[in-house]
Design a protein around this ligand. Structure first.
Ligand SMILES: Cc1cc2nc3c(=O)[nH]c(=O)nc-3n(C[C@H](O)[C@H](O)[C@H](O)COP(=O)(O)OP(=O)(O)OC[C@H]3O[C@@H](n4cnc5c(N)ncnc54)[C@H](O)[C@@H]3O)c2cc1C
Ligand code: SF4
Length: 477
């Protein structure tokens, strides 16, 4: 702990953001870097608690008090080493992680938490700027071959760890570019894709081979991986979207969020996009109040939507958490993202009853208000409020209702791996091994729809499990 009374003397400071009128005209990241001297000051607020709850709050168990102290003392390079010891890609989490560590910070009980996420991003950004982040090729090769299916954060973390352990790693990706949802899904205004490209260059130099446009189980039989590799890691994400089965769903202008968001990522990358879905001059309704819905709002505003309305099925959460009840856990409270702040109407406890339109195109969304109450067993149940039906104009409807489980058709059916009761690939938590002893699973494909930081954690853990498996079955030294 560098500054003993730092938490008493220094206030929490958030990073500056580009003002709304400016940022909605562009797709660049909206959070501005914090000056190093300010980051050091923020690091000085850390109390270096005897039990650092932030360690457990962070899914990769980042050694937060250690790097807070190093940054306070100006030892940025050492801070970067400590950060990388638990997290392969802090530049991704430093930008898009919801920061459950900050909810768990002891200062958050009766004060403002340490700006952990900003400090994390500042350390790694400085590492890149200074040229401290370089490829780490292995000193020896094991001769073992591993196939990783899926190039999201889980697949990438797994591939990097395995390549550094000396294995020959090939990542197979069905899309035309590597990165999973980091590339196609998360908007550029939250994460510019140059950060992903820079890491891919590092990984190539470490020996990872990337093969894009290979849809395992569709354009390439999954069994080829079983015969050609010593181990296979399934990191294909959770890509089956929750459907909305109501009258009028098949009208033109109603799309899954991912079809819409991916197009914008591609446009920014300079691609020609066929079948353009654009919000320009339209009344847009976004269904779903999570991250994906929020990303659709920010993208629609940037495309010049006439209006953006966001409906959520669940009731509005409380404005503030009850800290004595929730700390150090992630609290349920109303969260206003940067996209919400850019201009949209939000409404809660709304159920969509159907759509209507003219000439095959959607024009109106029909909705009803819900009354959510706990039943005798304490379970929340919804009832439609009589007489509450209403309509809103809707030229573009974006469905951001979450994801059910991984896509089964193709790779999973062909491999015949067992699924858990929720439809995710069943693999035990410690060894990440599926019902096929040569096949492992990690990330959203195993745990269901989650977070980038959890995907990194699972990718790292799965790599360790694969490495142990390969060494056990190795005839070498
Ligand atoms: C729009 C959106 C915004 C989000 N925003 C955030 C956020 O701000 N912060 C946060 O922490 N999390 C966010 N998330 C969640 C986060 O992105 C995911 O939890 C995370 O990316 C999961 O990583 P993954 O590697 O398991 O899978 P993914 O990132 O989904 O990657 C899986 C990859 O596997 C490929 N693939 C699948 N099947 C095959 C196959 N058979 N053959 C070849 N390739 C295949 C897919 O094309 C994909 O590229 C968001 C999710 C969405 C949808
Ligand atoms: S990865 Fe997320 S939870 Fe962990 S320290 Fe960074 S912001 Fe906090």
């Amino acid at each position: 702990m560098g500054k003993v009374k730092g938490f008493l003397e220094i206030q929490r400071k958030e990073p500056e953001v580009v003002p709304v009128p400016l940022r909605i005209q562009r797709y660049e990241e909206l959070v501005l870097p914090m000056a190093p001297v300010e980051v050091s000051q923020q690091g000085a607020r850390c109390m270096d608690c005897g039990i650092p709850f932030c360690h457990n709050g962070c899914p990769v168990n980042n050694l937060i008090p250690d790097w807070n102290d190093l940054v306070y003392r100006g030892n940025w390079r050492h801070a970067l080493e400590v950060l990388h010891s638990t997290n392969n890609f802090p530049e991704f989490t430093g930008r898009v992680c919801p920061a459950p560590c900050e909810a768990a910070c002891t200062l958050n009980i009766n004060d403002q938490p340490v700006t952990i996420k900003t400090i994390e991003q500042s350390i790694v950004d400085r590492g890149w700027d200074e040229g401290w982040i370089v490829p780490q090729p292995p000193s020896h090769k094991t001769g073992k071959r591993v196939a990783v299916v899926g190039s999201g954060p889980a697949g990438l973390a797994c591939a990097q760890e395995l390549a550094r352990a000396g294995h020959e790693v090939t990542v197979f990706e069905k899309n035309d570019r590597i990165g999973g949802l980091l590339r196609y899904g998360i908007p550029d205004f939250k994460l510019e894709k140059r950060h992903v490209d820079r890491r891919l260059d590092q990984m190539r130099a470490e020996g990872v081979v990337f093969r894009t446009g290979v849809h395992v189980g569709v354009t390439m039989p999954a069994k080829e991986l079983l015969s050609g590799f010593d181990a296979v890691v399934l990191a294909g994400g959770s890509e089956a979207p929750r459907p909305l089965e109501v009258p009028g769903r098949d009208l033109d202008g109603i799309h899954y969020a991912m079809d819409y968001l991916t197009q914008q990522n591609k446009r920014i990358a300079g691609d020609d996009v066929p079948g353009q879905i654009l919000a320009t001059d339209k009344h847009v309704v976004v269904l779903g109040g999570g991250d994906t819905g929020s990303d659709c709002i920010g993208t629609s505003v940037r495309q010049g939507a006439r209006s953006v309305t966001n409906f959520e099925l669940m009731p509005e959460p409380p404005a503030k958490e009850d800290k004595p009840l929730t700390w150090p856990y992630w609290p349920m409270k109303l969260r206003t993202s940067s996209s919400h702040a850019e201009g949209c109407t939000r409404d809660f406890a709304i159920a969509t009853k159907g759509f209507s339109g003219k000439n095959g195109k959607v024009e109106v969304l029909h909705a009803v208000r819900l009354d959510w109450r706990k039943d005798a067993t304490g379970v929340l149940r919804a009832e439609e409020i009589p007489g509450s039906a209403f309509d809103v104009p809707a030229d573009l409807v974006l469905l951001a209702l979450g994801y059910l489980h991984p896509v089964r058709k193709g790779m999973l059916e062909e491999l015949g791996v067992a699924l858990d009761p929720r439809g995710n690939v069943k693999a035990d938590m410690n060894r990440y091994r599926t019902s096929n002893p040569k096949v492992f699973a990690a990330g959203d494909m195993r745990r269901g729809q989650s977070l980038v930081v959890w995907a990194i954690r699972e990718g790292r853990d799965a790599a360790r499990a694969v490495d142990a498996h390969l060494r056990q079955h190795s005839n070498g030294p």
